[in-house]
Design a protein around this ligand. Sequence first.
Ligand code: SF4
Ligand code: SF4
Length: 365
Amino acid sequence: MNEYALPYRKFKNERLANLEESQSKEAVTAMPVRVTLNTNSDCNLQCQLCGFSSKTSKCRAEYQKTTMDWELVTQLSEQLFPTAWEIIPTTCGEPLLYKNWEELIELINKNRCYLGLYTNGMLLDEKISIKLIPYLNDLKISFDGAVKSTYENLRQGANYERVIDNIHLFNSLRKNYQYTFRPTLTIQYTLMKSNIEEFPAMVKLASNIGADRIAASHVYIFYPDQKEESLLFHQDICDLNLNSSQQIAKSLNIIIFFPRSFSNSINSNCLFKSGTCSYLYKETWIDINGDVHPCFMLDSPIMGNLYKKSFKTIWNDIPYQNMRRTLNTESPYFFRCLNCPIRMQFDPNYLKGYNKAGFLFYEKE
Ligand code: SF4
Ligand code: SF4
């Protein structure tokens, strides 16, 4: 295959995926453009409100496995990487703890994909940064407090100074690359009662440490005793701080993504096209045990298992077709699509508005 054939195939695939999404097709020809491989669920932190990692999630406690078999990763690389642009290792743990992460990067590189990485930043030393930078599209560092005490309280086991130092180092190293070959750096902020008033200061901090973007989204509450952290119950204070953060970001010329306000007076960037869900046409989320899920929500239905069927079969099998067909009906195949937390936050045209189903994950409707 000549050196342009793979990128051309990816372009063609993405164009087709956009078309099929705009036509709300039930069965599709295009393959996912972005693939999340839940390579591992172990983590070096125990964040107070995390509902995903094997140490913090009660759902995860039922799983025997905390690591994806390397054989499954290699099989998936053959089935999915040639048409995908971006591969994301786990979003349910710390990806740099995956024992085969360096080999995974080689597979990503061999298939001309980009690496998208969500990390807590604790392990991001010079050696690791140097290895990652040539393959990275965007580095997303989760950072949930502008002040040391808030940050370390919410992110148990993290060290504020260490992560800031690691970000500075990453930032200086990426500057060795020409602008167009340089990965971007995003600070991910989970909005909750304990840190909403620090969000404006976090925008300043993100700018000071050289981030290109700051991206915020609302916390999902997995357990009733944590309910008070949801900004659904503190709407005025949330809107006030989102508003001032937006002004600060503008003055500092840093890109900001954040949920639309409760009062609807602030427009957020629309991440979803109205009326559809890109996850069903351009993305997929594969769990440690080979289960394929339509999106990152742990309670989303299992579309099929890769130890039993190929991805291509699962992608157009009955469950996926049902998901696509019933998405905008009153009884979708996956109950959360009715009040999708993502569309609720990031689609200003989402007519349903905010409601508790998008925030309180222990509630089933
Ligand atoms: S760093 Fe991420 S995966 Fe790890 S405990 Fe915190 S929120 Fe969960
Ligand atoms: S819950 Fe939301 S993100 Fe998940 S499949 Fe449904 S519409 Fe898409």
